[in-house]
Design a protein around this ligand. Structure first.
Ligand SMILES: Nc1ncnc2c1ncn2[C@@H]1O[C@H](COP(=O)(O)OP(=O)(O)OP(=O)(O)O)[C@@H](O)[C@H]1O
Ligand SMILES: [Mg+2]
Length: 397
C-alpha cells in the first residue's frame, strides 16, 4: 500500500467523523460517502461523495478514488463491496462478515451454529409465528426488524398477545424475528481489534446503560466480578475468531444471573443467582465496526478505538488497549427536541473539571438523536458519573 494512502469510508456520521479525525492525525487522506452534504465526517474529511450508504454507484466511485475501504455502519451494500474486494481494492472488514452481521437473524443463526451463547430466537414469516414463539418463550418477548435497526428503532417489546398487532404495524414492511426477553443484570460491551496481519487486541469490558433502548451511559471499566469480566472477554475473542476481516468489532452483551436462561415452563422459580461467581454472559449483537461503547477510549486509553481501527486496516501494529486512568464515564448527548443541533448551556457544562465535549455537527436535532457525547475521566467512578450527569443536564439540545 502507498503511504500515505487514501482511506474510503462508507458512511459519514459520528463514527465516520471520529475515524476520519484519527486517520487525519496519522497523515492519511480520507474520503467519505453520506447522503447529507456536509455530514459530520464530511466536515473533516478531504472529500465527501454525496450518496446513500447502499448506493452502488457511490460505493464504486469511492473505491475508484481510494486505496482501501472501510465502513462506519453495517447498513451498506455488501454485495457491491464484495465485487470491489474481488477486483483487488481491500475492504475491511470482509464484506462476507458485514453480510452476516447486517441481518440480525442471520447473525443469530451464525452464533447459534457456532455455539456462541446468545438470546434464543425464532424466525417470523407470518403473524402466526409470533404466537408460536410466545408458546416457546412466554411474554414479554422482543419483535425485531432483521435489518437497518439502530438505537432500538427496529425493536418492539411484546408484553402480551394484545401487543402483536401494534408491533406488526410499527415494523410494517420489514423482515422480522422474535427474541426471548433476557432478564439481564447489566449490559456489557467489549471492543476487539484485529489487524490485517492477524494481531488481536481486546479492550476492557465496559458497562452500557440504555434508556428507551438507546445507549445513554458507558462506564469503563465495568464494575463486575473478575469471572464475569473474563467470560465476556473470552466470549468476544472466541467470536472474533469465527469472523473474517480486519478492524475493530464491538460485542454487545448481557450479563445475567445464571438461572435466568431457563425454559418458559420453569418461569416463576428461582430468579436470582445468589453466588455472584456464577454469572453468565450472552452476546446481544455484534457490530462490525467501531462502537458507541468505545468512545471513552479517545480520552481514557493509550490507543483510541478509532486510531486502532485505522492501524488495523492499514497493517500497522496495534496499540495498547490499556486505560490511562482508573475510570471513565461516557454520556451520550441525546436530542430532546426538534431544532438546531447546537446546545445551549455549554459554558456551565464545560466549567465542570474533567469533562471532554464532542459535538458531531449534525445540523438538525431530533428527540433521541445522538448529537454528541461527554467523557469524564478520573479516579472515582461515582464522581465521574455525577459530573457526567451534571454536564449533560446543563446542556439544552
Ligand atoms: N432479548 C432482549 N432482552 C432484553 N432486552 C433486550 C433484548 N434485546 C434488546 N434489548 C434491549 O434493547 C436494547 C437495544 O436492542 P438491540 O441491540 O437489539 O437494538 P439496536 O437497534 O441494534 O440498538 P443499537 O443501535 O444500540 O445496537 C438493548 O441494548 C437492550 O437494552
Ligand atoms: Mg444493540
Amino acid at each position: 500500500m502507498n503511504y500515505p494512502a487514501t482511506i474510503g469510508i462508507v458512511g459519514g456520521g459520528q463514527l465516520g467523523k471520529m475515524l476520519t479525525l484519527a486517520a487525519k492525525k496519522m497523515g492519511f487522506f480520507v474520503i467519505v460517502t453520506d447522503p447529507t452534504p456536509k455530514s459530520p465526517a464530511g466536515q473533516v474529511a478531504d472529500r465527501q461523495i454525496v450518496g446513500d450508504y447502499k448506493d452502488a454507484k457511490t460505493t464504486r466511485l469511492l473505491a475508484k478514488l481510494s486505496d482501501l475501504l472501510t465502513v462506519e455502519a453495517e447498513f451498506v451494500n455488501d454485495g457491491v463491496l464484495q465485487k470491489i474486494a474481488d477486483k483487488g481494492v481491500p475492504v475491511h472488514p470482509s464484506p462476507k462478515t458485514i453480510g452476516i452481521i447486517k441481518d440480525k437473524l442471520k447473525q443469530k443463526e451464525f452464533l447459534k451454529k457456532n455455539k456462541i451463547a446468545t438470546a434464543p430466537f425464532f424466525p417470523v414469516n407470518s403473524p402466526d409465528d409470533i404466537k408460536k414463539a410466545s408458546k416457546k418463550f412466554g411474554y414479554p418477548m422482543y419483535l425485531k426488524a432483521r435489518m437497518d435497526a439502530y438505537d432500538g428503532k427496529g425493536n418492539y417489546l411484546i408484553s402480551s398477545e394484545k401487543d402483536i398487532d401494534n408491533g406488526l404495524k410499527k415494523l410494517k414492511g420489514r423482515s422480522l424475528y422474535i427474541e426471548r426477553f433476557i432478564d439481564f443484570k447489566k449490559e456489557l460491551a467489549v471492543m476487539v481489534a484485529r489487524s490485517i496481519k492477524g494481531e488481536v487486541k481486546v479492550y476492557p469490558v465496559v458497562e452500557t446503560i440504555h434508556k428507551d433502548s438507546i445507549c445513554d451511559t458507558v462506564i469503563a471499566p465495568a464494575k463486575i466480578s473478575p469471572l464475569a469480566r473474563k467470560r465476556a472477554q473470552v466470549l468476544a475473542t472466541k467470536t472474533i475468531k469465527l469472523l473474517k476481516g480486519a478492524g475493530v468489532f464491538g460485542f454487545e452483551m448481557f450479563l445475567i444471573p445464571s438461572t435466568s436462561v431457563r425454559p418458559a415452563s420453569q418461569r416463576g422459580e428461582q430468579t436470582q443467582d445468589k453466588s455472584s461467581g456464577q454469572a453468565k454472559v450472552l452476546i446481544n449483537e455484534i457490530a462490525p465496526r467501531v462502537h458507541n461503547s468505545g468512545h471513552y477510549t479517545i480520552e481514557a486509553s493509550v490507543t483510541s478505538q478509532f486510531e486502532q481501527h485505522i492501524r488495523a486496516i492499514t497493517g500497522l501494529p496495534l496499540g495498547s488497549t490499556d486505560m490511562l486512568v482508573k475510570s471513565a464515564v461516557m454520556k451520550n448527548i441525546l436530542g430532546t427536541r426538534e431544532g438546531i443541533g447546537f446546545p445551549q448551556g455549554l459554558e456551565r457544562a464545560l466549567r465542570i473539571p474533567g469533562v471532554s465535549y464532542h459535538l458531531y455537527g449534525k445540523r438538525d436535532g431530533r428527540v433521541g438523536r445522538k448529537m454528541g457525547h461527554l467523557t469524564v475521566v478520573g479516579d472515582s467512578v461515582e464522581i465521574n458519573l455525577k459530573k457526567a450527569s451534571r454536564a449533560r443536564k446543563a446542556l439544552g439540545i
